[in-house]
Design a binder for this molecule. Structure first.
Ligand code: SF4
Ligand code: SF4
Length: 107
């Protein structure tokens, strides 16, 4: 489509574009768990946003939780980030940009 960039927006988008997530991921609405070459991932998806957490890469630093002004994210009992309010996400990309381990991707 003219005017639509297909270049990755962030470093994590680059890695995700290299890694790939499987075509079925993008069609899912809700929460799914999958596994690809780099480990366990969880995709939280709605019609307007998809947030993928690469759980095996998340070190539980909570940076993403702290920077999210919409309180979309929280740590679970295992010390891994999870999406608790997907509808509140405004796709600001702060969590994606500031995660030091490229463990979260917002699309
Ligand atoms: S910033 Fe990255 S590594 Fe830290 S808790 Fe969030 S997803 Fe995990
Ligand atoms: S993209 Fe912004 S609003 Fe959405 S979860 Fe990340 S920090 Fe929160």
């Amino acid at each position: 489509m003219i005017g639509e960039s297909h270049l990755p927006l962030t470093t994590s988008h680059f890695w995700w574009s290299v890694i790939g997530r499987g075509s079925s991921d993008r069609e899912v609405r809700g929460e799914i768990v999958g596994r690809h070459a780099l480990g366990l991932s969880k995709v939280y998806a709605s019609d307007k946003v998809a947030i993928t957490v690469l759980e095996d890469w998340c070190k539980g630093c909570e940076i993403c939780v702290e920077v999210c002004t919409k309180n979309c994210l929280a740590m679970n009992a295992l010390g891994i980030v999870e999406v608790v309010d997907l509808e509140a996400c405004n796709k600001c990309l702060l969590c994606d940009l500031l995660c030091p381990d490229f463990a979260i991707c917002v699309e």
